[in-house]
Design a binder for this molecule. Structure first.
Ligand code: C2E
Ligand code: MG
Ligand code: MG
Length: 694
C-alpha cells in the first residue's frame, strides 16, 4: 500500500528533493506538503499520515512545535526531522522529545532507509498493540466466564498458593480477590480447624501423577458455607499454575435437607420431637435401659382439654404460646433429652423414671397441677385444662409403639366425670376406648345431620298456682345404633373431644328457633332454660354467640335463662363473675344448677350476679328419709332467700317431697311428679293448663 507522508517544509525545492530521494529509494508515497501550524494540524486529522517528515526551521512555525503537536494528537505516527545542520545536542534533544529519527539534508541518501525503518517499526508496534488488545479482551472474557460460573474456581501453584480466583470463590469465603491471591489455599479458604485436612487434600492432588479423577471433599469456609471441592491438575505448567480447585456451595441444599429432616422428626412450634421420632427415641431408650435400676419407666400422655377452642378463640399465635409454656413446664420432668414430644395437636408424651408405688401416685397429680396454672399471653389469661394417661414399661407393653398406645388409651379414659384427671392403663381399657372413639365420630356426624339431636323440655312449676313458669331444655340423641342416648352419655365426651362449643351452639339455636316457632303459632312460652357446660361458659365466643343467636331468631333476652353448674362457676369464680355480669347486662337470666353438691364458697355466691339456685336432686331424692338432706335443703332455701335468689328444687317425684319443700319455703319445683322432659309439641298443652299441686 502507498504510504502517506506529511511533509512539513516551507521550501518547495526541498520538498521536491525529498520526493526525489524517496523515489530513488523505491518508496512511492503520497506526499502532502504543509508549512504552517494550521495546515499541519488540519492534515494530521484529515490526511492521517503514516509518517511525518519535518524541516527544523520554518517561518512562523518550527519542527519542534510540530513534534509537540504530533506527540499530543498522533503519538504513534513516526516523526523524522529532515534538516540542515543540527548540532549533536539538538539531535539528542529531538530524540528525547519523541522524534523517531533525523536525516541531514546533506545526507539525503539515508532518507529512504530511515523512512522504511520507521514505517516498519510503526507497523510492528501496531501489530503488537493489536495482539495485546486481543489478549486483554480474551483474558477479560475468560475472567468474565469464570466469574459468571456459580462454582468456585481457584488456581494454585505447586506450593498450594492461590494464583487466580473467580467471583464465586470470593462469595463463598467473603473475601476479596487481592486478599486471597498469594495465600495458601487452606489458610485463605477454610476454617482453621479444617485447614490441615484441606491441606492434605491439596497436597495429595498436587502429588498425584496419573489422570484419574481425584476424590472430592467437603470444606467449610470462613463464611460458614459448606463447599464440596474437587481438583484437577493442569496439563502443563503455564507460569507456575499447577492445580485447579472447583467448589460447589451446598450450604442451601444442606440447610434444606436439615430442614426437611427437622420437619419429618420435630414439631416446628415447640421444637419437640414428633410422634414418629419420639417412638424411635423411646424404643432406643428402652433397649438401652438397665432393668435393674429399681425404678419404673413411665410414659405419660398429657392431653389438653378444649385445645381447639383455645385456638379458635384466641388465635393460633396465642395457642402456640400456650404450647410453648406447657413444654417449659414439662421439661422439668423429662429423664432424657428426647423423651418429651408433641405427639398430636393437643397432646404431649413424657417419659420419666420414677420409684414404683406411692411415688407415682403423688407425682402425677403434682405434674398435672403445675400444668394447670394460668398462662398469660399478652392481654389474655388462659386456664389450661389437662389430663394424663399413663403406662409403665415393661409392665404394660414391651414395645414403644404399644406403650404409647397404652398411655393414649388411658388418657381417653379420663373424662370430666371421672374423679381423677389421670388414669393408668389397664388391658380392659381398650374396648371402652374403642367404643368412645366410635361415639365421638358419630357425634360429629350427628351435629352435621341435625335430625338425630333433639331438645326436650321439662316444666318448672310454681307451687302456689300450679302454673308452668319455665321450661328447661334438655338434649337427647336419637342414636342410629344405640337408640335414645341421655346427655350423660355424650355431653362429657363432647367436652373432652372439643365438640362442646358446636353442640352448645346447636342447643342455643334450636331453643331460640323453638321460641320463635311458638311465637309464630301464637303461643307465649315461659322462660326457656338452657344448660351451659363448663367449657362453653369459659369460651370467649359465648357472649357473641348468644347475642347473634338472639338476634337471628328475634328472641328477647329475658326469654332465656342460662344454667351453669355450681362446680363450673366456682372453678374460676372471679372470671365467672365477669361473664355472668356480661350476660346479665344483656338481659339474660342466670341460674346455678345442681346447687349444694359443689362445696360453694358462700362469699362468692353472694357476689355472683344470678337469679336462681337449682337445688340438686341428690338432696330432694332422700329428703323424706335423710334428716341431713332435709336440713341442708332448708338451709339452702333460707340462705338463697336471704340473698334474694329464687330456688328451684329439682327431681321432685312425690307429693311428700313437694310438701316438705313447700314447707321449707321453696316456691318452684321441677320433676317427674309434674312431668318428665317432653317433646316441644307437647309443651303448649302443659303450659296452658295449670297443674293440680295438692
Ligand atoms: P340437669 O341440668 O340437672 O337436668 C336435670 C336432669 O334431671 C335431667 O336429666 C332430667 O331429665 C332429670 N330429671 C328431672 N326431673 C327428674 C326427676 O324427678 N327424677 C329424676 N331421677 N331425674 C329427673 P337429663 O336430661 O338426663 O340431663 C342430665 C344432665 O345433662 C343435665 O342435668 C345437664 O347437666 C346435662 N344436660 C342436658 N341437656 C344439656 C344441654 O343441652 N347442654 C348441656 N351443657 N348439658 C345438658
Ligand atoms: Mg339443668
Ligand atoms: Mg340439675
Amino acid at each position: 500500500m502507498q504510504p502517506k507522508i506529511l511533509l512539513l517544509e516551507d521550501l518547495p525545492a526541498d520538498a521536491e528533493l525529498v520526493q526525489m530521494e524517496l523515489m530513488l529509494g523505491g518508496i512511492d508515497a503520497e506526499i502532502l506538503r504543509v508549512a504552517s501550524r494550521e495546515t499541519f494540524v488540519n492534515a494530521l486529522a484529515k490526511f492521517q499520515p503514516d509518517i511525518i517528515l519535518s524541516d527544523f526551521n520554518l517561518p512562523g512555525f518550527s519542527g519542534m512545535s510540530g513534534l509537540e503537536i504530533r506527540n499530543q494528537q498522533a503519538q504513534n505516527v513516526p516523526f523524522i526531522f529532515v534538516t540542515g545542520s543540527l548540532g549533536e545536542e539538538m539531535a539528542v534533544s529531538t530524540l528525547r522529545s519523541g522524534a523517531t529519527d533525523f536525516v541531514l539534508k546533506d545526507r539525503m541518501a539515508r532518507l529512504p532507509a530511515a523512512v522504511s525503518a520507521a514505517l516498519d517499526s510503526s507497523a510492528q508496534r501496531e501489530e503488537r498493540e493489536r495482539v495485546d488488545r486481543e489478549l486483554t479482551t480474551e483474558r477479560s472474557l475468560m475472567q468474565a466466564v469464570l466469574d459468571a460460573a456459580q462454582a468456585m474456581i481457584v488456581v494454585l501453584d505447586h506450593n498450594g498458593h492461590i494464583m487466580h480466583t473467580n467471583a464465586a470463590a470470593g462469595r463463598m469465603t467473603s473475601q476479596s480477590r487481592p486478599d486471597m491471591i498469594g495465600n495458601k489455599f487452606w489458610e485463605a479458604m477454610s476454617q482453621s480447624d479444617q485447614s490441615e485436612t484441606v491441606r492434605q487434600h491439596i497436597q495429595a492432588a498436587l502429588d498425584s501423577h496419573d489422570d484419574s479423577p481425584l476424590p472430592s471433599w467437603p470444606m467449610v469456609t470462613h463464611a460458614e458455607r459448606t463447599v464440596i471441592c474437587s481438583s484437577a491438575k493442569l496439563p502443563s505448567n503455564y507460569r507456575g499454575e499447577r492445580l485447579v480447585v472447583c467448589g460447589i456451595d451446598v450450604t442451601d441444599q444442606e440447610r434444606a435437607e436439615r430442614h426437611a429432616f427437622f420437619l419429618g422428626h420435630f414439631d416446628p412450634i415447640t421444637n419437640l420431637p414428633n410422634r414418629r421420632h419420639f417412638l424411635q427415641q423411646l424404643s432406643e431408650y428402652c433397649n438401652r435401659r438397665d432393668s435393674d435400676t429399681g425404678t419404673a419407666l413411665v410414659i405419660m400422655m398429657i392431653g389438653m382439654v378444649r385445645a381447639q377452642e383455645i385456638a379458635d378463640s384466641y388465635g393460633d399465635a396465642t395457642f402456640n404460646q400456650v404450647l410453648i409454656e406447657m413444654v417449659r413446664r414439662l421439661r422439668v420432668w423429662q429423664s432424657h433429652a428426647d423423651l418429651l414430644a408433641r405427639v398430636a395437636d393437643s397432646s404431649f408424651a413424657l417419659a420419666f423414671e420414677v420409684g414404683r408405688g406411692p411415688d407415682l401416685d403423688m407425682l402425677v397429680p403434682h405434674i398435672l397441677e403445675q400444668l394447670r396454672e394460668p398462662i398469660t399471653v399478652g392481654q389474655s389469661q388462659i386456664l389450661p385444662a389437662v389430663h394424663g394417661g399413663l403406662a409403665l414399661y415393661p409392665d404394660n407393653a414391651s414395645e414403644a409403639g404399644l406403650l404409647l398406645q397404652a398411655a393414649e388409651s388411658a388418657l381417653h379414659c379420663v373424662t370430666p366425670e371421672t374423679t381423677q384427671n389421670f388414669a393408668f392403663y389397664t388391658p380392659l381399657l381398650s374396648d371402652q376406648i374403642r367404643e368412645r372413639l366410635l361415639l365421638e365420630g358419630e357425634l360429629r356426624e350427628a351435629l352435621k345431620t341435625d335430625d338425630q339431636l333433639i331438645l326436650h323440655y321439662q316444666p318448672q312449676v310454681d307451687i302456689a298456682t300450679g302454673q308452668v313458669i319455665g321450661l328447661e331444655a334438655l338434649i337427647r340423641w336419637r342414636h342410629p345404633r344405640l337408640e335414645w342416648l341421655p346427655p350423660a352419655r355424650f355431653i362429657p365426651l363432647a367436652e373432652v373431644c372439643g365438640l362442646m362449643v358446636p353442640l352448645g351452639r346447636w342447643v342455643m339455636r334450636r331453643a331460640c328457633q323453638q321460641l320463635r316457632d311458638w311465637k309464630v303459632q301464637g303461643f307465649i312460652a315461659p322462660t326457656v332454660a338452657i344448660n351451659l357446660s363448663a367449657g362453653q361458659f369459659s369460651a370467649p365466643s359465648l357472649i357473641d354467640d348468644v347475642g347473634i343467636t338472639l338476634r337471628e331468631f328475634g328472641v328477647e333476652p329475658h326469654q332465656l335463662e342460662l344454667e351453669l353448674t355450681e362446680s363450673a362457676s366456682m372453678s374460676h369464680p372471679e372470671a365467672s363473675i365477669v361473664i355472668m355480669q356480661q350476660l346479665r347486662n344483656m338481659g339474660l337470666k342466670i341460674a346455678i344448677d345442681d346447687f349444694g353438691t359443689g362445696y360453694s364458697n358462700l362469699s362468692y355466691l353472694k357476689r355472683f350476679p344470678v337469679d336462681r339456685l337449682k337445688l340438686d336432686q341428690a338432696f330432694v331424692r332422700d329428703i323424706m328419709t335423710d334428716a341431713d338432706d332435709l336440713a341442708i335443703s332448708r338451709a339452702i332455701i333460707a340462705m338463697a332467700h336471704q340473698l334474694r335468689l329464687e330456688v328451684v328444687a329439682e327431681g321432685v317425684e312425690t307429693r311428700e317431697q313437694l310438701k316438705l319443700l313447700a314447707g321449707a319455703g321453696c316456691r318452684t319445683v321441677q320433676g317427674y311428679l309434674f312431668s318428665r322432659p317432653v317433646a316441644a309439641e307437647v309443651c303448649q298443652a302443659l303450659v296452658q293448663l295449670p297443674f293440680a299441686v295438692y
